[in-house]
Design a binder for this molecule. Sequence first.
Ligand SMILES: Nc1ncnc2c1ncn2[C@@H]1O[C@H](COP(=O)(O)OP(=O)(O)OP(=O)(O)O)[C@@H](O)[C@H]1O
Length: 313
Amino acid sequence: MIELDQVSKHYGDSIAVNSLSLTIQAGDFCVFIGTSGCGKSTTLRMINRLIEPSHGHIRIDGEDIAGLRPELLRRRIGYAIQSIGLFPHWTVARNIAVVPQLLGWEPQRIRQRVHQLLELLHLDPAQFADKLPAQLSGGQAQRVGVARALAADPNILLMDEPFGALDPITRESLQAEMLRIQAELHKTIVFVTHDIDEALKLGNRIVVMDQGRIIQNASPQQLVQHPANDFVANLIGQQDRGLKAAACTTVAELLQPARMPLPSDQPRLHGSDSLKLAVSQMLWHKVDCLPVCDDSGQVIGELSMQRILEQQP
Ligand SMILES: Nc1ncnc2c1ncn2[C@@H]1O[C@H](COP(=O)(O)OP(=O)(O)OP(=O)(O)O)[C@@H](O)[C@H]1O
């Protein structure tokens, strides 16, 4: 658990972060979003003491981090940023191994860990371990950055616009990776983005900031359905908020028992699909109900347009 208790950061007369209090529960995927310069990165960097607060306290699992040595704290917290910051003359494997090296892990354990992480990030170890950063695409380099942040198996991962510079397709695939990794590893993730769709897709908590303060701290569903003010409503966008709401609810949440018999030629939904995808499929296939299956392909129920409409705000 990460607790920020009336944390402020001043630069001379200007206030970057203004008496911000926030609790991030263990296992949360907490996304900071807001306008440029509202204090997102500053807040994130105070958690690993790359920036020191002017006032207030930050506690991790109840321990005030002001009493910890910053370099030891940083070895316990993964950090991934947009510019990635890989060492250009080191191989991918050596870049990933930075923190385990600092922690004095045995070479064999480091090799195994690097191999495991490359596989986790869908980079073939035989192909990528010995490459230099300049030989990677932007998306591959960003995967290496995420692997490096995870290397010493930290409980906390800080990610500052890690996918900001990527094309939409690569970005979407890395977002899917992050959701998969989070479902598998249950880290506490604090993630900064400018992109509301990315925030709604990834976060289970979304913290909207403006001028160094929290404007709203809510689940994606709450944020879309009950924006705290016009600033948040505009951030979400008035025109397509129905689709935004549908994007942050899963098919599994509205699953209905299957009627018999189900036509075998229809496409099938998965429980983890969003309602947005379900609506899109129904429109495309001109049907108002689709079967829902589990990972093994077994039909576990169905979802109708009627049910979706009943649930929409
Ligand atoms: N070293 C510094 N000296 C003076 N002011 C700073 C410094 N670092 C940040 N600031 C100011 O603090 C405010 C918050 O900056 P911060 O980088 O946290 O914003 P942000 O929300 O992450 O912005 P962006 O989305 O553009 O990255 C900004 O007004 C910025 O100009």
